[in-house]
Design a binder for this molecule. Structure first.
Ligand code: SAJ
Length: 428
């Protein structure tokens, strides 16, 4: 494809890697963001988000002159909208950023331009919200202005690799739009690119994340069932997954992040009467921190007075610094609301957080319980014997089957695992 000028609105977790990718493949990119600090840093080749190798790629893109950041859109061949679509308190899609972003590009649109919505959006957004705004330019969408939804599908922690290798869906408002957008992404996408209509593409994105959310809810329900039955959900899952058509997900303290805990609500909002399973799954997953809290109360039930709990890991998933919608933080809030707990937190990925300490042994001093919230790789080989020495009561509750139970038992711990019978050193 010939060299294009591309204006990318929103330089967050998706917009920035996408901008860097297009820029290092020869296109000329203007990145637009309302965050002045981000714009300034970027123009110096610096990145404010933490994603492996992104800093190197952005620096290369800025140095080459193919990427610059500004705070207002400008004329271009292509416009890509990558702004957030959060949910409101009452779980409705907040489309204000998409609406605003679309409005800001209207004065710069010219005949023959391409507009792509990448933000995860309720089904129907491209046709019913974006296109009517774009037509204020006087250009006819589908004819003079080519419009598509092409959802991002990348996993935080491996964004650059997945941008290139994942299959991609392009949903055009008509065939020509879809084909033009496919040709553009071909610049760097090595995976397959599948064409469809815009509303189908929007629903695909929502359903991919909903599929995962519902399956995690199923695993969490299994965890609770197994606890009641006195067997291990982890063993059940391991064995079930030997079946060629079964893939049970992992239970855990809940579902976090800005995708799985959000996107299913866009489907529910559209048709709450029909989206029954999706709604229940959301409730099951949202209730997991409460479930972990009950297990904590059970374990510490016999201890009088104030209790100390050390929490290991508070991000929404392992080996990243993102704490958005983290279920472990919800658990910390539940402990605070309940009261009567001293809390200490260790998380090597999070720079600052209340109760945060750097060293596990120090943090665990005089603790009655350690809770493993997130399986950061740094926790794999912690010296549990040494840590246990300073604790008041040697209790360990793991929300994931990540560590070796035997090591805890050898060191005199009561080891508890979410989704498993209440097994302690004494009952082993
Ligand atoms: N989790 C479980 N059990 C599991 C898997 C995950 O409890 O078996 C939890 C994690 O601990 C975490 C949450 O789910 O709290 C979400 O983590 P994740 O790794 O499943 O997904 P995200 O939110 O980081 O990224 C997802 C991805 N979607 C799918 O895998 C279908 C990614 O490809 C999307 O691009 C991203 O959402 C997005 O931006 O929509």
């Amino acid at each position: 494809m010939s060299r294009k000028t591309i204006c990318i609105i929103g330089l967050g977790y998706i917009g920035l890697p996408t901008a860097a990718m297009f820029a290092t493949h020869g296109h000329k990119i203007t990145g637009v963001d309302i965050n002045k600090n981000l714009v300034n840093e970027l123009n110096q080749g610096r990145v404010v988000i933490n994603e492996p190798y992104l800093d190197i790629m952005v620096q290369a893109a800025v140095t080459s002159g193919n990427l610059k950041a500004v705070d207002k859109p400008c004329e271009a061949d292509v416009f890509i909208i990558c702004v957030p679509t959060p949910i409101t308190e009452d779980k409705k899609a907040d489309m204000s950023y998409v609406r605003q972003a679309t409005e800001t590009i209207v004065p710069y649109l010219r005949k023959g331009n391409i507009v792509i919505l990448e933000s995860t959006s309720p089904a129907g957004t491209t046709k019913e919200l974006v296109c009517p705004i774009l037509e204020k330019s006087g250009l006819k969408t589908g004819d003079e202005l080519f419009v598509a939804h092409s959802p991002e599908r990348v996993l935080p922690g491996q964004i650059l690799m997945e941008l290139v290798n994942n299959n991609r869906i392009v949903g055009g408002i008509n065939k020509e739009s879809a084909e033009l957008v496919r040709d553009l992404y071909r610049t760097f996408v090595k995976g397959e690119i599948y064409l469809t209509d815009a509303t189908t593409a929007e629903m695909c994105k929502l359903m991919e994340n909903t599929y995962r959310d519902v399956n995690i809810a199923l695993a969490n329900e299994l965890a609770k069932l197994c606890e009641n039955m006195g067997i291990s959900a982890w063993e059940v899952i391991k064995l079930c997954n030997k079946h060629p058509r079964v893939n049970i997900h992992e239970p855990g303290p809940g579902v976090g992040g800005h995708c799985l805990a959000v996107d299913p609500w866009f489907i529910i909002e559209n048709d709450p009467q029909t989206a029954q399973i999706i709604r229940q799954a959301r409730d099951v997953n949202d209730n997991m921190p409460q479930h972990v809290m009950s297990r904590i109360e059970e374990i510490l039930g016999g201890i009088e007075g104030k209790k100390k709990i050390t929490v290991l890991g508070i991000t929404y998933k392992p080996n990243i610094d993102d704490i958005r919608e983290s279920p472990v933080i919800r658990l910390v809030e539940l402990l605070e609301e309940k009261g009567g707990y001293d809390i200490s937190i260790v998380d090597p990925y999070v720079k600052e957080f209340r109760y945060k300490q750097e060293n596990i042994t120090k943090a665990a001093e005089a603790s009655d319980l350690i809770v493993l919230g997130v399986c950061h790789r740094e926790f794999k080989d912690m010296r549990i014997g040494e840590i246990g020495e300073t604790m008041r009561h040697k209790n360990f509750l793991s929300t994931k089957d990540f560590l070796k139970r035997e090591v805890f038992c050898e060191n005199g711990f009561n080891y508890f695992l979410l989704g498993d019978k209440n097994m302690s050193a004494k009952t082993l």
